[in-house]
Design a protein around this ligand. Sequence first.
Ligand SMILES: Cc1cc2nc3c(=O)[nH]c(=O)nc-3n(C[C@H](O)[C@H](O)[C@H](O)COP(=O)(O)OP(=O)(O)OC[C@H]3O[C@@H](n4cnc5c(N)ncnc54)[C@H](O)[C@@H]3O)c2cc1C
Length: 233
Amino acid sequence: MHKILSNNQIAQDVYLMTVEGTFEGRMGQFYMLRAWGHYPVLSRPISIYNLEPDSIQFLYKAGGEGTARFASLRPGDSIQLEGPFGNGFPEVDGKTALVGGGIGIAPLFYTARQLDKPDIYLGFRGASYMTEAFAPYASELVVRVDANLLLDVDMQKYDNIFVCGPLGMMEAAARMAEGLETKLYVSLEKRMACGIGACYGCSVRTASGNRKVCSDGPVFQAQEVAWHEKLSV
Ligand SMILES: Cc1cc2nc3c(=O)[nH]c(=O)nc-3n(C[C@H](O)[C@H](O)[C@H](O)COP(=O)(O)OP(=O)(O)OC[C@H]3O[C@@H](n4cnc5c(N)ncnc54)[C@H](O)[C@@H]3O)c2cc1C
């Protein structure tokens, strides 16, 4: 168990939790979080938002039963963390852009810190949040509220683009990148149970067969994903 240092609401239903300890992780990986005993049965997958030598941060949206419990935690309370899990974003060369929609910005902050000043595009519904944190790590920062963020992204300018956001946004980005040399990577979100590849609950169809979001992903090359099947297996 690890001690929560802070757990602050930073936008409607969105919280930033800081947990004390020395943790590992690469950009785009996630932890399984749990702050209860037997019920709810499953821990919740949450991406690494930030890592410091003595703490880890998670940016999460409280909605269902588990995340609502996270939101009620106070400094000094305990939380169980398992991880890091998943493949994370790949190490890449060349000009890179990060594109995040809503809570999909969560894995992109630590990613931005690991890269050499990528261009960063952040889109929100209603109101933006955390954008000032990204600014020092961006070559160019574009923030859009209630607009189609992808219209701002000239994909041909980039060697690599990392996208995390609503499924429709990632699918639209994949369509836009078709035929370009730009490598587009998406971080997929699927309901998952174990987080370690044992239960197959988070399988998606790809060009190379069924793959598990938790252990083969969550990051996939966009053209590998069978978008027309809406990620079902
Ligand atoms: C690899 C990965 C990284 C993620 N990173 C973040 C993050 O950084 N911040 C954030 O706010 N959210 C993130 N999510 C989504 C987050 O895990 C779900 O919103 C959360 O599990 C929902 O739990 P709940 O208690 O709110 O909902 P409930 O409805 O109570 O959840 C019920 C069950 O369904 C699962 N579940 C429900 N919705 C999702 C979903 N969209 N994706 C995966 N499992 C789901 C839960 O884990 C739980 O097992 C991530 C998901 C994945 C797969």
